[in-house]
Design a protein. Structure first.
Length: 163
């Protein structure tokens, strides 16, 4: 198939700096620490209420709801603590509750979003959208990965504008 016979625009190609995949924690140490304090503080509160007899007979439903909420909080905390973002020559990927993936060849738009001065707390992120409109957000806590996000967004913009 010749390039003229291909449907749609050419696929975007990107090579990470150094030619190897870049990888970073998705969330900052501060954010992970706050999440840890919040979740284990709630667990401590539940234990404290239980020791005071607040979950005695007749209050089982309340205890079940609290345990369910705590289980969801623990699962989300675990996903935050272990989440890693990877950028290689073929895709952007982030481990999370499910693994988010976005093929680089299909990208139409990318924008790096950050809150300057608060990057130690609020992880910078890249919003990406494909030619078909599928979108995703990937987080990175490390400056080297954020620099790769910036490079990716700049190269994609130049590529899609024909430059």
């Amino acid at each position: 198939m010749s390039p003229a016979d291909r449907l749609g625009p050419a696929p975007f190609r990107f090579t990470p700096a150094g030619g190897i995949a870049a990888s970073s924690r998705a969330y900052s140490l501060t954010f992970r620490g706050i999440a840890t304090l919040f979740v284990f503080g709630a667990a401590w509160w539940l234990l404290h209420l239980w020791q005071q007899g607040q979950f005695a007979a007749g209050r089982g439903t309340l205890g079940a709801w609290f345990l369910a909420a705590l289980a969801l909080m623990l699962w989300t905390w675990w996903c935050i603590v272990r989440s890693v973002t990877t950028l290689d020559a073929t895709e952007l990927r982030q481990t999370w509750i499910w693994t988010k993936r976005m093929p680089l060849g299909e990208l139409a738009y990318a924008r790096v979003i950050r809150v300057r001065g608060l990057e130690w707390l609020i992880a910078p992120r890249i919003y990406v959208r494909t030619l078909l409109g599928k979108f995703a957000v990937f987080y990175a806590a490390e400056p080297a990965m954020v620099a790769e996000f910036d490079r990716l967004a700049a190269q994609l913009a130049a590529f899609r504008q024909g430059g």
